[in-house]
Design a protein around this ligand. Structure first.
Ligand code: SF4
Length: 373
């Protein structure tokens, strides 16, 4: 990580920048830091200005566009103490760090990654006390930033504290390190720690984020394999990103390859309308549905087990599809539990990229479809 590319000066070794571009990029990097590992830099095709890997890693002047918000999922309103969020009955979320191996340009926590922040958990013990007082919590998502770039001792301390809470049935780490910094998983000490705390009856999951088939390399396959061999279950959350993976061919290649390497497709996320991100990366929902349905037509059962999800302030909303000029959604997770499983619809709006883009008066709730039908 010490050898990462973090400054515009370093970037000039790879691309030509005019004086104006250089000045603008310096401003962008000041607001939202750049960090790209030498490994991830090596995946970029510098002859292609539209290279998808480059788009996810290298700052662009598009980031001056400030449409959107910095907290699109209501994280502030679910924060119970610095670094601990509680939104869904069964899950506690810990922000363990603001650091990552790479600062992805599409990150939805752009407000804090690589920046001074008070949003990070200070004492794991405080989070453990909160969890113990909330008996419905049965799993913890440790995220950030990227918790698997923390020092091994810190990861072990966290696992020790969480594993002493009997109600916790599984622990998830959200980490893009297998994709951006796969050599992290050559560290035998880290693998030993993860293996030690991943028990047959209380597994550790790593939820990673492969977004493009070019990210599936000999090194990242090896990282996933080392995790699996250590008793870790690996799932994948892809973000649907404009000019990165917003076509069925790329998506189907990615999803099928993910199943091959044992990183199970879990969600495809609608890109959130985050400042400096929305304009550059978000695909309208109708287009997203079209891409995903076309991709699914070429997926096997395993590679299409994922759900297309909008992680909204009110809950995780599955984007079901379009029928008769209406777009249908379903509450997969809901902050207000009365909404769980509820289906609703809005008239099609070709430009809408987020629930709030529809007229709220056009929303029509339907009764949840009973199961079995
Ligand atoms: S690794 Fe994850 S948290 Fe870090 S910048 Fe990328 S998307 Fe954001």
């Amino acid at each position: 990580m010490k050898n990462s590319i973090c400054t515009v000066e370093q970037l000039k070794g790879f691309i030509d920048l005019s004086a104006t571009e250089e000045k603008k990029l310096r401003q962008i990097v000041k607001n939202h830091p750049m960090r790209v590992t030498p490994y991830y830099m090596s995946l970029i095709d510098w002859d292609n200005p539209d290279d998808p890997i480059r788009k996810m890693a290298i700052p662009s002047i598009e980031e001056f566009n400030q449409q959107g918000d910095y907290d699109t999922s209501g994280e502030a309103e679910n924060t119970k103490m610095s670094g601990l969020q509680y939104k869904y009955q069964e899950t506690a979320l810990i922000l363990a760090t603001n650091k990552c191996a790479m600062y992805c340009r599409h990150c939805f926590r752009k407000r804090l990654v690589g920046l001074q922040t008070k949003e990070i958990l200070e004492r794991f013990e405080d989070a453990a006390d909160y969890i113990k007082q909330h008996e419905h919590i049965n799993n913890v998502l440790v995220t950030g930033g990227d918790p698997l770039v923390l020092e091994n001792e810190v990861i072990e301390k966290l696992l020790l504290i969480l594993s002493e809470i009997p109600q916790i049935k599984f622990i998830r780490f959200g980490s893009r390190a297998p994709v951006t910094f796969p050599s992290r998983f050559n560290d035998e000490e880290l693998l030993r720690i993860l293996s030690k705390y991943s028990h047959p009856d209380r597994r550790i999951y790593v939820v990673t984020q492969f977004n493009h088939p070019k990210e599936i390399t000999k090194q990242s396959i090896h990282a996933v394999d080392n995790l699996i061999k250590s008793g870790i279950i690996v799932n994948n959350q892809t973000v649907l990103l404009k000019s990165v993976n917003d076509n069925a061919t790329t998506l189907v290649n990615l999803l099928n390859r993910l199943v091959s390497i044992g990183a199970n497709p879990y969600y495809v996320f609608q890109c959130r309308p985050v400042k400096s991100v929305k304009n550059n990366f978000q695909v309208p929902l109708c287009r997203g549905i079209d891409i995903i349905e076309k991709a699914k037509a070429h997926c096997n059962g395993h590679s299409k087990r994922f759900r297309y999800i909008m992680s909204h302030r009110t809950g995780k909303i599955e984007v079901l599809g379009v029928f008769d000029d209406e777009i249908y959604f379903k509450y997969h997770q809901a902050k207000n539990r009365k909404r769980l499983g509820k289906i609703f619809k809005h008239p099609v709006d070709e430009t809408a990229g987020w629930l709030d883009d529809f007229e709220s008066t056009s929303m029509q709730m339907l009764d949840a479809v009973p199961y079995p039908l």
